[in-house]
Ligand binder design. Structure first.
Ligand code: ADP
Length: 396
């Protein structure tokens, strides 16, 4: 019985899901947060239980040992050797990887080299990789890249209209992100459409981070994130697309430097920046209900940024068979889905099924049969893709 663990090592966190690959069931899942702090938080779910501990966790190595010791102590696995594969989510694979790969020295060197493009993430992924390699030397390791699915973008979609030498000499181009999610959700949509030979799908991954993609016949045609995840739609704390002249203006007028500006655009903008309330859509919705005008404005901008990409991708695809909502907001907020869909209704001939939107749960169609475009809610499952790729590539 092959067990595979899907790992997402962030700069101060480590998320995991352990799968039994025979039936793809999740044996245990959880997260270590605030790694590097005295009050790190370890949360683990198994056998219908959830345990949360607060304790000092110095680094990722300690976090991995804590996790693996917990698996043994609670008899979640009999022996660590039962875990045959470790699948690592890697944010940036650059132009090197259009699919998942078994990690070897060259892959490590590439992930390390690409830390220029993902300074917070890629080093953390390698730290996670080394920690698991040391703890379970018998297990194989696979890298699953967030950028891989978008490697099918053609140059006319990924080249920025700036002097070409910056692409040639410095690899400045669109890479996209959330690829594993866009892949999973678009594949599910194709399945739900009855596996037609040709398909035109728009995926709206709306979480704390958010991106949209246009997927033609199963391949990513375009996506809203860019050189980094800062581009595209408005997000929880990220601005998304912005006229770069604003930066020069703020340098001149406010005296901010580039580092401060990039931090502002990544951490203090988006829903949080406009509303001044929170980056969490639930808080903003509540504030707007209570009459907070800036919260309402943040929601209005968010919707318009999303429909702008849907419109763009409708044209790029030459139509659309299905629009799919996924991630924290996309899966859970009937309010946000309705707000966005209402703005599309006239142009697209959408007939929303309010009952399915509001009262349904999990993967489902939320439009009526007479709707010209189908709209699905499809809970994403990046961990399952990571586990499947790991299982397949290691031939477990
Ligand atoms: P991440 O990008 O970190 O993976 P998630 O996909 O988990 O983010 O999305 C987190 C966001 O989803 C939260 O910030 C919150 O705004 C939103 N969210 C989660 N549940 C709901 C809900 N029931 N209603 C509205 N928004 C929700």
């Amino acid at each position: 019985m092959a067990k595979v663990i899907a790992v997402n090592a962030g700069s101060s966190s480590l998320k995991f899901q352990l799968f039994e690959m025979n039936d793809e069931s999740v044996i245990t899942s959880g997260v270590v947060e605030r790694i590097g702090f005295e009050d790190a938080i370890f949360t683990i779910k198994y056998s219908g239980k959830k345990e949360v501990k607060t304790l000092p966790i110095k680094d990722h190595k300690v976090a991995v040992h804590l996790l693996l010791d917990t698996l043994i102590e609670n008899k979640i696995v009999d022996s660590l050797e039962d875990i045959k594969g470790v699948g690592h989510r890697v944010v940036q694979g650059g132009a090197y990887y259009d699919k998942s790969v078994v990690i070897n020295d060259q892959v490590v060197a590439h992930i390390d080299e690409l830390k220029k493009l993902a300074p917070l993430h890629n080093p953390a992924h390698l730290t996670g990789y080394y920690a698991f390699k040391e703890a379970i030397p018998s297990a194989g390791a696979v890298a699953v890249f967030d950028t891989a699915f978008h490697q099918t973008l053609e140059p006319r979609c990924f080249i920025y209209p700036i002097p070409y030498k910056f692409y040639e000499e410095h690899n400045v181009r669109k890479y996209g992100a959330h690829g594993t999610s866009h892949y999973y959700v678009s594949q599910r949509a194709i399945d739900l459409l009855g596996n037609p030979e040709e398909s035109k799908i728009i995926v709206a991954h709306l979480g704390a981070g958010g991106s949209l993609s246009a997927v033609k016949n199963g391949k990513s045609l375009n996506t809203s994130m860019g050189f980094t995840p800062l581009a595209g739609i408005m997000m929880g704390t990220r601005s998304g697309d912005l006229d770069p002249s604003v930066l020069d203006y703020l340098i001149e007028v406010v005296g901010m430097d580039m580092k401060e500006l990039i931090t502002m655009l990544n951490k203090e903008s988006g829903l949080l920046g406009v509303s001044g309330v929170s980056s969490d859509f639930r808080d903003i919705q509540q504030a707007a209900n209570e009459g907070n005008e800036r919260a309402q404005l943040a929601i209005d901008i968010f919707y318009r940024r999303v429909i702008a990409y849907i419109g763009r991708y409708f044209v790029a695809l030459g139509g659309v068979d299905a629009i799919c909502f996924t991630a924290g907001i996309g899966e859970n907020s009937a309010f946000a889905r309705k707000g966005i869909i209402d703005l599309l209704t006239d142009a697209f001939g959408i007939v929303l099924d309010d009952d399915a939107n509001e009262n349904g749960s999990g993967e489902r169609l939320i439009t009526k049969p007479e709707s010209k475009v189908k709209i699905y809610v499809i809970p994403t499952n990046e961990e399952l893709v990571i586990a499947r790729d790991t299982n397949r590539l290691l031939e477990l």
